[in-house]
Design a protein around this ligand. Sequence first.
Ligand SMILES: C[S@@+](CC[C@H](N)C(=O)[O-])C[C@H]1O[C@@H](n2cnc3c(N)ncnc32)[C@H](O)[C@@H]1O
Length: 309
Amino acid sequence: MRHIPVLLNEVIEGLQLQSGMHVIDCTLGDAGHSEKILEQIGTTGKLLGIDADPEAILRAKQYLYKFDAQVIFVRNNFINLKTIVEENKFNPINGILMDFGWSTPQFEERGRGFSFEKTDELLDMRYGSNFQFTIFNLQNPNVSDLINSLDGQELEKIFREYGEEKLSKEIAKMIVEIRKEKNIKTVGDLVEIILKVYRTKLKTDKEIPWVGGLHPATKTFQALRIAVNNEFGVIEDVLPQAIEVLHRGGRLAVITFHSLEDRIVKHYFKSQENKTIKLINKKPVVCTEEEYKNNPRARSAKLRVIEKL
Ligand SMILES: C[S@@+](CC[C@H](N)C(=O)[O-])C[C@H]1O[C@@H](n2cnc3c(N)ncnc32)[C@H](O)[C@@H]1O
């Protein structure tokens, strides 16, 4: 199943693309945005597409086969944006897109433990596993490494800050208890712990004690994905690089899916307003009712666009 790009028309309008432009897609995914961008910039335009996930690059190459001569594919973490631009001598840069988070095939098909429904999968959740990444003093950890190595307080902090999980403390405590007996390796191992905590707290024996329409594991899984990929850290790092590499008058469009992510983008843009950039929209652009009906994932998407001065 191909990922449906969110806020597609809004991104295209925001970037103000013209024939012959050079554009970077920092989060290529299934290349839905890139395909449309390539249509707009015509045969003289060029696109540099980055993704940390090797399978995303393979899929994007297939989706963009018609435009092969105009696209440079780079498997890397966008935290290295400036180096990637220099190495590929890609300039001048007229537009940059960032569409954070995961793509539908990563979530549904990749077998990396992104979804709490795939109970047999290993708890990995890294977008790309071949980068030298030190986080929480662990070298290139996956989620299972975090769960089995961090102390209770660190786990609690991750669940609270990145997932806004109300039972952070209880879940962290139970993890620390259970891992004394056995390593927590699979999605099913972790989901069982979370369900146990919720059943105890809500004094129910329901198999899945749904909370306001959400599966109890939703927030913990989100928090761990953010932590293992250092998602907020990489956003903080990439924004100044993007503005630096953009050509004057070039535009940057950023789509976030989490309020904390959006806050980082909003504050950074505010700090640069009228110094290095101009805000194109004061308030973030959100999806229409119609888009939400066709693609529920668009519900939490927020788009912010700036122009380099
Ligand atoms: C929401 S998807 C992008 C979907 C894409 N716009 C489309 O139309 O199909 C986000 C993509 O960004 C990639 N990604 C996430 N964090 C990354 C990072 N730090 N560096 C490089 N790629 C990253 C993921 O692997 C995923 O393929």
